[in-house]
Design a protein around this ligand. Structure first.
Ligand code: KG4
Ligand code: ZN
Length: 352
């Protein structure tokens, strides 16, 4: 019988500190996620120096808890996978330094993982035994606070970038919209919650790049439209009735419409796609899921999201999974790569 590959995944690219133990790239034994986001509410965003300092404190207890509650020791590990790029440099260094030391002390192989490749693997994760393996080719929308990309993937480590945002990421549009509406940070979940009570046909936000056949996206104009829409409201109206919720719902719909529209355009071009996957923080959005499900149904294609909301946003389990598949598919080229970089081009990695 083949030995189970037990992988420790570490993710510290932004303000989360996460460590997870995953078997064979799929079964999550334990995923610990600590966030310091609540401390940033007043500043409206992440303060890099502050995030890294908190991660220095949090990382060893987090790894320790992941290992002990998964009932494994370092000696049981087959691999340590860590986010190497892109991200906040100080934060990345906390994760990669920890991973390097653990790897050297316990003689466990180490692999550096691109953060977005982690999100792309998050649809493989499960909390219990799962025999329903996703099938390539897969059209994947990876949509978070830092990126918005549409991929055509033929394996875990091969694929083509079909389209990408030309300015802000969709999560950034949620966060900036939430800030303009006077909500907290991170704005996505808060704006989504408010939007549930509103009428999304209340205000017609622009539909960028809608006349082209491009698979690229654009969100920065939406934020500007929202700013002017709020400025032009008669004084005091924002707090009357459901206006704030109506504007939130209309703004959310403009983001959702654009994302689901690009998926539909891509499905029309790539009829051999077996599945559509939607990953990253924004994939937690209920309205987005509803719209994408409806559109994919017309093309008779199955849609998958991460099985739990904690695997949509940043987490160590997706890094463990990506590291496992990376090592399997590219043992020579990738197995000892763990250079920390602020950015790296996943397109080049997946095309090679
Ligand atoms: O993937 P992620 O945790 O971090 C990055 O790699 O950026 O994504 C965070 C982003 C934030 O912009 C957050 O506002 C957004 O995901 N987000 C949501 C929802 N939950 C998180 N956006 C819309 N609706 C949600 N329910
Ligand atoms: Zn992310």
């Amino acid at each position: 019988m083949q030995r189970t590959s037990v992988v420790l995944g570490i993710e510290t690219s932004c303000d989360e500190t996460s460590a997870a133990v995953v078997d064979d790239g799929r079964l999550v034994r334990r995923c610990v996620i600590g966030s310091s986001k609540h401390t940033f509410v007043s500043s409206g965003g992440v303060i890099p120096e502050y995030a890294a300092r908190q991660q220095v404190e949090a990382i060893l207890p987090c790894v320790h808890e992941a290992l002990t509650s998964a009932k494994v020791t370092a000696a049981d590990l087959s691999l340590i996978a860590v986010t190497a790029c892109p991200g906040l440099l100080g934060s990345l260094l906390v994760g990669t330094t920890t991973a390097r030391v653990l790897s050297a002390v316990h003689a466990v192989p180490l692999i550096g993982v691109h953060h977005t490749l982690g999100h792309l693997s998050s649809t493989w994760l499960s909390d219990g035994p799962a025999d329903d393996e996703p099938k390539f080719p897969i059209l994947t929308l990876s949509v978070s606070g830092g990126h918005t990309d549409l991929w055509f993937r033929t394996s875990h480590t091969r694929g083509t970038l079909l389209g990408s945002t030309i300015d802000d990421a969709a999560g950034e549009a949620f966060d900036k919209g939430a800030a303009l509406l006077g909500l907290g940070y991170p704005g996505g979940p808060l704006l989504a919650e408010l939007a549930e009570k509103g009428d999304e046909s209340f205000f017609a936000f622009p539909k960028p790049l809608s006349k082209d056949r491009t698979l690229d996206l654009s969100f920065s104009g939406l934020k500007t439209s929202l700013k002017y829409a709020l400025r032009d409201l008669p004084a005091g109206t924002i707090d009357s009735g459901t206006i704030r919720a109506d504007i939130a719902a209309s703004y959310q719909y403009a983001i959702v419409h654009q994302l689901s529209d690009r998926i539909e355009r891509a499905l029309a071009l790539h009829t051999d796609c077996k599945e559509v996957h939607v990953v990253g923080g924004v994939s937690a959005n209920r309205r987005l899921r509803q719209e994408i499900d409806e559109r994919a149904q017309k093309h008779a294609v199955r849609v998958r999201y991460p099985v739990a909301l904690r695997y949509c946003t940043d987490n160590g389990a997706m890094i463990a999974s990506a590291g496992y598949f990376l090592r399997q598919e590219r043992p020579q080229s990738m197995s000892d790569r763990c250079e920390t970089k602020a950015t790296d081009d996943l397109r080049t990695l997946l095309a090679a």
